[in-house]
Design a protein around this ligand. Sequence first.
Ligand code: ADP
Ligand code: ZN
Length: 731
Amino acid sequence: MGAFAAVAVPAPLPALTYAVPAALDELVQPGCRVRVPLGPRKLVGVVIARSDRPPEGIDSVKEILECLDVEPVLPAALLELGGFISEYYLAPIGDTLKAMLPSSLPPWGERRITLTNAGAVAPPRDDGEAVVREALLASPRLRLAELQRQLGRADLAVIVEKMRVDGRVSVEETDRRGIRYVKAVELKPGDAAEQDERVGRSAKGRAVLAHLRELGRPATLGELSKAVGCGPGVMRRLVGLGLLRQFTQPERLSLARHRLATTERPEIILRPDQQDSLDALEAALGADRYQAFLLRGMTGSGKTEVYFRLVATALEAGRGAILLVPEIALVPALARGARARFGDQLAILHSNLSTSERHQEWERIRRGEARVVLGPRSAIFAPLTHLGVVVVDEEHDSAYKQDVVPRYNGRDLALVRARANRAVAVLVSATPSMESRHNVDSGKLDALTLTRRAGGAKLPESVLVDLRAEDVVRQPGEVVLSSILKNEITRALEADDQIILLRNRRGYAPTLLCRACGENFECPECGVSHTVHRRDRILECHHCGHTLPIPDRCPQCDAEALEPIGAGTERVEERFKELYPGVAVEVLDADVSKRPGGAAAVLERFGSGATQVLIGTQMVAKGHHFPRVALAAVLHADSYLGFPDFRAVERTYALLTQLAGRAGRGERPGRVVVQTYHPEHYAIRAALDHDDVAYAREETRFRRSFLYPPFARLVQVVARHKERARAEAAI
Ligand code: ADP
Ligand code: ZN
């Protein structure tokens, strides 16, 4: 290898060249993290390549100070993806690679290696194992970095990994805060007598099963050996027999969250359209080449079932899968379904994982223990090898865009990564983006369409409420619940059905207005008015997060004439409770997500029927499956249409269509009520008539005539400087 290395440092710079000191020669490989000097600072960067000489014209080169990893943390495929992102999205390579790794991933050298009894007894199989064994016999619980220093072997990581897999050494994942990881097991569901029979004559084995049954939760190996007095051999045998499932987790973490879903899955027989789609996807997977699909079909048509099966096929073929969703907290049912189907093979990258849990999941993926990854857009960087399938569910969702450096679109990267891995990419949506529709027309995506709702559920009946004609009391701040909608709500409540109400604005009221002088509390930073949050007693700018306490009287004119104008979810809830006292109602929006339990808890309560009515922002319209919802209503369908964004119509259409998909997914047809001031708008009409063709035709016409994407490319260039003139000159 060359004497120099190109290192991507987290600074707005291209990769920099450093000299590799002889001592680190074997260690410094592309994809490893190294500590390097930059001016007065010491930064951690990622090695991109080794070379024989520094670039032309550079004569003094500094040395790499330290190598943090004994094996690359970014495999070649991901380094390549990082290079693509950096170039395509104009992001510095160092920032890009940093964003692709979990934050503050501890140096690998920090792990401690211990020889197991088996490793001490068994004769080493080669010279590598022999030296490692000897070093570990001399000093137990050795840090990997120390072992590396003593032995100086480049293949150390490989040797240790092989010994770990065969149970000759154990590797302790300690992170900087000293979290220890423990092994635990849980009983798989099944008939007790049958399980005992399979254990055979081993009394210890039966005692373990009995103890786990009594506990009714998983238990750590330490716990079990104390309670039953069994050794690791007994446990290994029970795992081998398929009676127990074994997993590793941080010591302090509650074991309950690993519980398997015990509900049996009903046997599902695919409908012909599902089978045809699956056949096409599996054929592409079998051909071992890149192919990208758009899987369409309305909510509840069985798309998830199709791609889950494709993933299962990939696993059988020894390949892995990445499943991207806009936000996991909003799809607890999908996560549960994936857990039930893929069990231990699944890694879920929640946004609320602690740092060490995230490292643990990432490490399971890197080692190939978890081969199905479910996560938000950043999960596209999961270090899977042998990738076979990449799924992007709700591909039209704007949450796939990351709007800080490195800016990228997770959906588009899914295609890039799939291509590099000769994998099958599946974009999934009931309301595909205009870009994906266009890519179908131009042959970049193959369209697969599911035409029916699973279980024969009927499309909901829609009711359009023209707010211009509706006799609403136009008192400022009144929550608009038309008489038609109130009738529908009363009917649904009487039938004991569930209801979803969508109001796409969080907080109590969008504006606080002084009736005396017109003061409207604009944000000093952004110039937009602060939103009133009654519960938290603050005014908050939804643009930048700036907050103020809610004043009693106007700070400008001192009048006691402050009045909240308009209504957000909080106020809709207040009004609903006045009108329908005693009904169990909850709110779901970004504010609720931040509270303990968050969105998932609200969704679980609604799913179980503990709450009857859910009021919320567009979060209530995402891919949930609530068979008992009979009424879904949007209070103000125009709220998106007013946005100065060429995708405003697309969003409105997607939102209304998704919302309609929420109603009547069970046996009974549901009802959808849409209140609007623009009843003639094509997006609203098409969503209510379930006429996707009409929508696509009009929207295509609009995009084409104004040269908006997908018929042109649009890039926003921002020049910022303290001195206006310099920004102007630069741009
Ligand atoms: P989508 O992803 O299109 O919203 P899902 O795949 O989640 O739809 O399916 C909705 C429901 O219908 C799920 O409960 C699923 O188990 C069920 N389902 C899917 N396909 C079938 C089928 N062929 N027969 C019966 N039920 C099905
Ligand atoms: Zn602001």
